[in-house]
Design a protein around this ligand. Structure first.
Ligand SMILES: O=C(O)C1=C[C@@H](OP(=O)(O)O)[C@@H](O)[C@H](O)C1
Ligand SMILES: C=C(OP(=O)(O)O)C(=O)O
Length: 427
């Protein structure tokens, strides 16, 4: 296993342009494949999650050309559902944004498909999505554990029926149904049961669908109405925004290490809910300046602890758990149960690794509380094959020397050259 020893950091300042958004890249690629016409996607993210989507689409016969640096992709749309004449096994790594939307899209395609991935994917639920689609008459078999990938999908003609979907574990299930729904033969209604988590990701979905010409009637995120027999239409050119979750590490560095750190690629014009991370830093006492597509953060003193429900920014909220080391008082992040079903059990993992640094941590089913201590010390941080654990713990190097990140290469899921970029704004 590789390790990365971080020097003690004293200051953060500079500018960084963050890579394209994972959430947008994979949604855009899927709709570019389903739509009528050719789509030129620019600022596409090049990371493991996107490579899995691209490889799957290629296997499904979607024709595209990638530029040498893989940041531009010209996709020839199929003008309809995905199809295959033979059994296709699609390996989707640990990419939720590939597994969930492809599962729904393939149910309404034609052919037989096996959807598989890495071991952790077999522990990440998909049952609420499959259950939601059952009234349409789908044929899906769980190949290992009931409710989890790997899956076998035998696509067949479906009949329209009202859909009820549980939104309390992952918004990706609703995203998946929304994106597939316009290709059904008749109009459908989707009713959300349970608290819808990670709600801003639904705005990303509706925004991308709109850019591909499909409008959804959104009745207060409780009910969605979508006409059937629609065709997605290529917008021609589409640019992927910078990734707001990836921005969080640099913005937090600005708040912890003085700044200013200016992050280009996301701002007030962004459709990504994770831009709200900057508001949390502001509540912690940082100075935040916004433009349409950059955000700048600085601070001239210690941060203040917060106690907040961060369900709307589950990914960026992990960065707050480490920023808490630099805040006066106890920081509590609430309503984050679904951290437990992501790349790893993130509540458990964050609590374990923060404690290794000598910090006081309390954790429960759906929250984590972090109280900094004067005795913070270095430690080798295990990253559980979770890119965000590796990235957010880089900030601990502003508190102490001796921070070692185990398996730093796991950032390849969404941000392959993260540590190189981080070193450019910190010293
Ligand atoms: O739709 C998306 O692009 C995502 C939704 C969120 O997942 P949940 O809805 O499972 O919280 C988020 O954590 C994930 O990284 C990306
Ligand atoms: C939860 C995440 O990924 P996924 O898209 O695989 O759900 C994440 O990137 O933090």
């Amino acid at each position: 296993m590789q390790t990365l020893a971080l020097p003690k950091l004293h200051r953060a300042a500079g500018e960084v342009t963050i890579p394209g958004s994972k959430s947008l890249s994979n949604r855009i690629l899927l709709l570019a494949a389903l739509c009528r016409g050719q789509t030129k996607v620019t600022n596409l993210l090049d990371s493991d999650d996107i490579r899995h989507m691209l490889t799957a689409l290629k296997q499904l016969g979607v024709d595209y050309q990638l530029s040498d640096d893989r940041s531009e992709c010209i996709v020839q749309g199929l003008a309809g559902p995905l199809a295959s004449g033979q059994i296709e096994t699609l390996y989707l790594g640990n990419a939720g944004t590939a597994m969930r939307p492809l599962a729904a899209a393939l149910c309404i395609g034609s052919g037989e498909f096996e959807l598989t991935g890495e071991d952790r994917m077999f522990e990440r639920p998909i049952g609420d999505l499959i259950d939601a689609l059952k009234p349409l008459g789908i044929d899906v078999e769980y190949l290992k554990d009931e409710g989890f990938p790997p899956l076998k999908i035998n696509a067949k003609t479906l009949t329209a029926a009202p859909i009820k979907i549980d939104g309390s574990i992952s918004s990706q299930f609703l995203t998946a149904v929304l994106m597939a729904a316009p290709l059904l033969k008749q109009a459908i209604t989707i009713e959300v049961i349970g608290e819808l988590v990670s709600k801003p990701y639904i705005d990303i979905t509706l925004n991308v669908m709109q850019q591909f010409g499909v409008t959804v009637e959104n009745q207060n995120y409780q009910r969605f109405v979508i006409d059937g027999e629609q065709q997605y239409v290529s917008p021609g050119d589409i640019q992927v925004e910078g990734d707001a979750s990836s921005a969080s590490y640099f913005l937090a560095a600005g708040a912890i290490g003085g700044g200013p750190v200016k992050v280009h690629g996301t701002g007030t014009a962004s459709v990504q809910g994770d831009t709200k991370f900057a508001n949390v830093l502001e509540q912690m006492g940082a100075k935040v300046t916004w433009s349409e597509n950059w955000i700048e953060v600085s601070a001239d003193g210690p941060l203040k602890a917060i106690d907040l429900d961060l369900n709307h920014i589950p990914d960026a909220a992990m960065t707050i758990a480490v920023a808490a080391l630099f805040a006066e008082g106890t920081t509590t992040i609430r309503n984050i149960y679904n951290w437990r079903v992501k790349e790893t059990d993130r509540i458990e993992a964050m609590a374990t690794e923060l404690r290794k640094l000598g910090v006081r941590v309390e954790d429960g089913l759906d929250y984590i509380s972090v109280t900094p201590s004067k005795e913070v010390h270095g430690a080798a941080i295990d990253t559980y094959n979770d890119h965000r654990i590796a990235m957010c713990f880089s900030l601990a190097a502003f508190a102490t020397d001796g921070v070692i990140i185990n398996d730093p290469g796991c950032t390849a899921k969404t941000f392959p050259d993260y540590f190189e970029r981080f070193s450019q704004i910190s010293e």
